[in-house]
Design a protein around this ligand. Sequence first.
Ligand SMILES: Cc1ncc(COP(=O)(O)O)c(C=O)c1O
Length: 438
Amino acid sequence: MKIFEEFESEVRSYARNFPRLFHKAQGEYIYDEDGKQYIDFLSGAGALNYGHNHPVLKKALLSYIENDAITHSLDFHTEAKRDFMEVFRSHILEPREMDYRMMFTGPTGTNAVEAALKMSRKIKGRTHVVAFTNGWHGQSLGALSMTANSHHRNGAGITLSGAHRIPYDGYLGDQVDTTEYLDKVLTDTSSGVDLPAAVIVETVQGEGGVNYCSKAWLRNLSAICKKHDILLIIDDIQAGCGRTGSFFSFEEAGIQPDIITLSKSLSAYGLPCAVVLFKPELDVWSPGEHNGTFRGNCHAFVTAKAALEHFWKDDVFAKEVQEKGKYIAKRLDEIVEKYGEGNFNAKGRGMFQGINCVDGEIASKIAREAFSRGLIIETSGTNDEIIKLLCPLTIRQEALTKGIDIIEASIKKVCAGIEEIPEDTCYFDEVVVQEISS
Ligand SMILES: Cc1ncc(COP(=O)(O)O)c(C=O)c1O
């Protein structure tokens, strides 16, 4: 571990909470150098919706590499890119009657957000974009100006401009519809809120604390955007690719955003990849106007295509995710009821859920306790007060149950001081190493 402490920047973060040397991973399990097994309820912060090294995706990737096919391609036409685009259109867009163009950006979420903001400003000729309280859109300066978290905003070192901050659904309590407020300030030419180019929103605010908006709120937001000639950008980087129980997180609301950003689990294998989807008439780009050296990560296209074919050819997988989501919600409600002393509450959609522990220190203690019992889980929210469950969508029931049992035991220990090791849950030294393929 010395090299990390001596040589790696202080900026490292996840590694501080999970201070082990990780070695192998398969499915929902990660193994450290001593062969100790951890259930992964973090999933690369949502980049591993299909778990680690899924055998179908691994096979496709290995065979592609074996054939000396193209790895890096700028934005050249390659077979890997063609096949991915064709399958994305046939498996995702066409069944949903969505007519969109695909733009490849640099392979991170923040890159896709930058492109979405730039194109909105170009199309509408306006500078401002509406973003929401507790929103999270990335760390590069344009995206960071849309991100709400002050710890990260303070890192910018310059004035962040170009955003109007509006309260997210529920921010002012259940009785206040904040889209009404938005409509009012946009209608009133003396409200001081300039007409924006776009509104950027997450349907579930992952980093912001697993806050989710209602279908009605999202539909209102979409209608208000149309009414005021504003583009609606759905940042589906964390909530998309199946996390909420459908490929896109806004499907339930029945809306079609103007612009969609996707990254994280798009490649399905943890390989960097990001795209922006937009209605064809919004394609105002001139060649190379927003480019980047790593837009053509063919390995990511290969695994992304394999995942779309394997998981999204019909609605079987989506239904499985919905069922697991119901199980998670039931278990979390029970846990909150038993140990939350009326303070804690469970929230989220699909397999994107969390427990609000109200106090960041308590939530961190619970996460640490869970780690000592073999579960990798993170916190989110303004004060890190939410324990956020982001397990792979492909997790097997046995591991899902065991992971939630560990959360329950950890909460019980931290909140009620009751030490109880759930059956089949082991502390480090007793963990049985499961056989994994090399
Ligand atoms: C909704 C959302 N948008 C954008 C980003 C930024 O993505 P990246 O970290 O890949 O730049 C994130 C990352 O957590 C995110 O959750």
